[in-house]
Ligand binder design. Structure first.
Ligand code: GUN
Ligand code: ZN
Length: 458
């Protein structure tokens, strides 16, 4: 007889997990690989994880789903993405400011319609799941309806999501501006009251970026964020040189771009800055000292021609400065994919252009535990350990004939992971579990919503 109550859901297969930061302690010391692992799930959380032979007695015999030739890892975390831009990925020919005016600000005007917002939110979340992403920090549009739609859809799927209403009161079409500083504040506060902390949802106060808010709106935004502890603050920072010049002309009294946000109380724990490409040393130092996070969006930076992320400065700075909290992100629709695997591959290429070769373990870390740490969520998501939410991705390591062939010539785990991030995409997503329930199954081409019928994997 087992001394433990028998559990009724468990996944068997090779498992990958991080117990520390590979940028700090090295890849080998940070990573744990179990060739024949078992992850036991109970009430939406991981009850135990380890070697199959050691743990099998704790599981009812028919409760184990076996995934050979696969890799079980924490669900990916996309730390910066615009769901309304799902319908405008791949807009040709322009760089950031012109791209915003030509594509983004046209598309986003449609999200005052609850029906349109709901339809896109549904597609977006399904595509996240298909890509293996279980948590994202999401920009909605200026319309409260756009936030309602995303939160409703995530609530239905039990997904852990962070999202917020974009705040803008200048330098965009009138239809996309908050009617007043007060109305933007009030609408955000109402959304926080309704959604923040409900199920697995968190609110992010979301000023789009400094050029689209007046000083008065940034001031109110700082007050709003301060009045709601535990919420996030997300915005863009130093994505292009042209944007930096614009910010300098709009805020001549501030020392640099980040200082605009600091001045209005918008740096600190749970502040998440997209891009961070064109920064001065003072800004790097303040990002670290304030506990703020940055997001690296490589496919977007390449696609919009924005610049090269400085991995070495962000993650391996010289003493006395320490590493900056960093997550990987797609930034769709500036980014060209919702796949975090493809995003890792793009991050490697951006690194190479700056003579920094991002290792596969470091890339996987930035999409899982590192991203969770950047969001102060490392006690809930991003690793496979008892007590963590059971948000899990099962990756097929042979998802195309060419990857299958290439994998036969891999000698090490690092090689195998690197091949995956270089060659694989959403076709490699075999199954995704959200809060311990099967949320996507490639085999059944099926997305499940809790409470509805779904087939069991065998
Ligand atoms: N800066 C301000 N808004 C945006 C946006 O929607 N996408 C990107 N990539 N950068 C921005
Ligand atoms: Zn963005």
């Amino acid at each position: 007889m087992s001394p433990f109550p028998l559990h009724h859901l468990a996944l068997r297969g090779p498992t990958l997990n991080f117990i520390d930061d590979p940028f700090q302690v090295g890849d080998e010391a940070a990573l744990r690989y179990e060739p024949d692992g078992l992850v036991i799930i109970e009430n939406g959380k991981i009850a135990a994880a380890g070697n199959y032979a050691a743990l099998r007695s704790r599981v009812a015999p028919n409760a184990v789903t076996h995934y050979p030739d696969s890799l079980i890892l924490p669900g990916f975390i996309d730390t910066h993405v615009h769901y309304p831009q799902t319908q405008m990925i791949g807009g040709y020919g322009v760089q950031l400011i012109d791209w915003l005016n030509k594509y983004t600000f046209v598309t986003e005007q449609q999200f005052g319609s609850p029906a349109h917002a709901a339809a896109v939110a549904d597609i977006f979340l399904k595509e996240c799941l298909r890509a293996g992403t279980t948590t994202a920090a999401v920009y909605c549009t200026v319309h409260p309806e756009s936030v309602e739609a995303l939160f409703q859809a995530a609530f239905k799927r039990h997904m852990r999501m962070i999202a917020g209403k974009v705040l803008m009161d200048r330098n965009a079409p009138a239809a996309l501006l908050d009617a007043s500083v007060q109305s933007g504040y009030d609408q955000s506060a109402a959304l926080i009251a309704k959604w923040h902390g409900k199920s697995r949802l968190s609110y992010a106060v979301t000023p789009r970026f400094a050029p689209t808010s007046t000083p008065a709106q940034l001031e109110a935004t700082g007050a709003l964020w301060k009045a709601h502890p535990g919420t996030y603050m997300q915005t863009h920072l130093a994505e292009t040189l042209q944007e930096n010049e614009w910010v300098r002309s709009l805020f001549p009294d501030r020392a640099n771009y980040l200082d605009v946000y600091t001045h209005y109380g918008l740096t600190g724990p749970r502040a998440v800055f997209g891009h961070a490409l064109h920064l001065q040393e003072d800004e790097w130092l303040h990002l670290e000292a304030s506990g703020s996070a940055i997001t690296h969006c490589p496919s977007s930076n390449g696609f919009l021609g924005s610049g090269l992320f400085d991995f070495a400065r962000a993650r391996q700075p010289r003493a006395p400065a320490r590493a900056i909290r960093t997550g990987l992100a797609t930034d769709v629709g500036g980014g060209t994919t919702l796949s975090m695997l493809k995003t890792m591959g793009e991050a490697y290429k951006i690194g190479q252009l700056g003579h920094y070769s991002l290792s596969a373990p470091k890339a996987f870390y930035l999409a899982t535990r590192g991203a969770a740490q950047s969001l102060y969520l490392e006690d809930k998501i991003g690793s496979i350990a008892p007590g963590m939410d059971a948000d899990l991705l099962v990756l097929d390591m042979k998802s195309t004939p060419l990857i299958d062939f290439r994998m036969q010539h891999c000698d090490t785990l690092a090689d195998a992971l690197f091949v995956q991030m270089t060659m694989a995409d959403d076709r490699a997503t075999r199954a995704v579990y959200v809060a311990g329930e099967l949320a996507y199954s490639r085999k059944h081409l099926h997305y499940s919503v809790p409470g509805e019928f779904h087939p069991r994997e065998e």
